[in-house]
Design a protein around this ligand. Structure first.
Ligand code: GDP
Length: 432
């Protein structure tokens, strides 16, 4: 088996070479990093818990300069592309700087698993500061002091754990294709009009349509070029072929929908307006909400509902789909195409909300304002970062305790201020 490659990246002066020395178990009195200094040793062999791996420092291959991206040599790119694990090193004593963001973007672009290591945590005080690095969007920081050796053993454990995990992931037979397309699952019970809707949608777009193999056996996806970008409709074989699964096989259709949901970025739940929301629909809605993926509800066969009954049908829909909160509802008549044109823009908007990133400064202004407007009865939010998008995930650093009602107020306020629509979002609390 090829020896595992652990590649260390980070801007100059964060302590990459001291870290390499630590991992190699060599005691070096003082290691200084100077900007632009090229070191000769770029790779060391490390053995831990019976696993041997190479640790490669890209430090010597980057030079100082504003644009890290353009300065990184081909050698570093090659190392990164072959990495089994990328370690992104940052410095807690300086906090997040622009070059860290560049380094994080560079590491993310490689598509390799990343472990964020916050260095120079020489006493417990700095532990709290390391949370600021959540905003790099590469997960929670692992704190160490390369100079003093603090955390080195734990870091080796974490590295080995991830190498083993990556190995297991490699054994997964079918890999999700990543063509950058938005993955959309059109789900619902048989005969609600999914196929009719789908054919209208791609017919109307007169778009480039490709059939692509999906990840599950006999699943075919349809990739469509739209004015909202590339969209991959998941498991559309049954929809494009007019031949249908038998109407009686409702459970089978729902199972298939559930599988499609697992791979989707956004779910389109189609409901037959003449029947309303059934138990199966609720089951699907619950699953969509549980997956944390944004949803759009299509209320099809709308023309069959007499005008005077429409408000009542809508009200009942809201009651019975409480799981999906305020997901947009689009009323369609798929057979004539009426209303179908609203679906693509709604998908585009939902995708944009889901991918929202709020800069830390802007977020903290919002947190300050919302606390001034309505202070918490107990506790206080000291600081907040958005640690992830898709879904937008906000971490609040809190002293004391915040009641659940106040957290709902925070969520509501952030949703309004950053126009997050009905996208699912997460608010996490860390007690200082
Ligand atoms: P699927 O099983 O969810 O893919 O449903 P289909 O697209 O095959 O539609 C089931 C039946 O409903 C077909 O007979 C369609 O012609 C009909 N249908 C689909 N959309 C509409 C609609 O908006 N209005 C009416 N009245 N019938 C529809």
């Amino acid at each position: 088996m090829k020896r595992k490659q652990v590649v260390i990246v980070g801007r100059p002066n964060v302590g990459k070479s001291s870290l390499v020395n630590r991992l190699a178990g060599r005691r070096v009195a003082v290691v200084e990093e100077h900007r632009g200094v090229t070191r000769d040793r770029k790779s060391v062999e490390v053995e831990w818990r019976g696993i041997t791996f190479d640790v490669i420092d890209t430090g010597g291959w980057t030079t100082s300069g504003d644009d890290l991206q353009s300065k990184v040599s081909q050698q570093a790119e090659t190392a990164l592309a072959a990495a089994d694990l990328v370690i992104l090193v940052v410095d807690v004593t300086t906090g997040v700087v622009d070059e860290d963001l560049q380094a994080a973007r560079w590491a993310l672009r490689s598509g390799r698993p990343i472990l964020l290591v916050a260095n120079k945590v020489d006493d417990a005080n700095h532990d709290a500061q390391s949370w600021e690095f959540l905003q790099l969007g590469v997960g929670e920081p692992f704190t160490i002091s390369a100079l003093h050796g603090r955390g080195a053993g734990d870091l080796l454990d974490a590295i080995v754990d991830r190498l083993i995990l990556a190995d297991e992931a490699d054994e997964t037979p079918l890999e999700e294709p990543d063509d950058g397309a938005l993955r959309v699952a059109i789900v619902g019970r048989p005969n609600v009009g999914k196929s009719t809707l789908f054919n209208q949608l791609i017919g109307e777009e007169r778009s480039v349509v490709h059939d692509m193999p999906g990840t599950t056996r006999d699943a075919i996806d349809t990739v469509v070029e739209t004015n909202q970008g590339l969209i991959r409709f998941i498991d559309t074989a049954g929809m494009r072929r007019r031949a249908k699964t038998e109407a009686g096989l409702e459970t089978y259709a729902v199972l298939r929908s559930l599988e499609a949901l697992d791979r989707a970025d956004i779910a389109v739940l189609v409901i037959d307006a003449t029947i309303g929301v059934t138990g199966q629909d609720q089951r699907l809605a619950e699953r969509i909400a549980g997956a944390g993926c944004p949803a759009i509800v299509v209320l099809n066969k709308w023309e069959l509902i007499p005008t005077e009954e429409r408000p009542q049908v809508l009200a009942r829909l809201g009651d019975r789909l409480a799981f999906l909160g305020s997901a947009p509802v689009i009323k369609t008549t798929a057979i004539s195409g009426r209303g179908v044109h609203k679906l693509l823009p709604a998908l585009g908007e939902a995708a944009a909300d889901y991918a929202t990133r709020v800069p830390t400064g802007v977020l903290n202004r919002a947190i300050r304002d919302l606390q001034i407007k309505q202070p918490a009865p107990t506790g206080k939010i000291r600081y907040a970062v958005q640690g992830a998008s898709e879904p937008p995930t906000f971490t609040l650093f809190v002293s004391g305790r915040l009641p659940a009602t106040y957290l709902r107020y925070v969520e509501r306020s952030l949703r309004e201020r950053f126009e997050l629509g009905s996208t699912p979002l997460k608010v996490r609390v860390r007690i200082d």
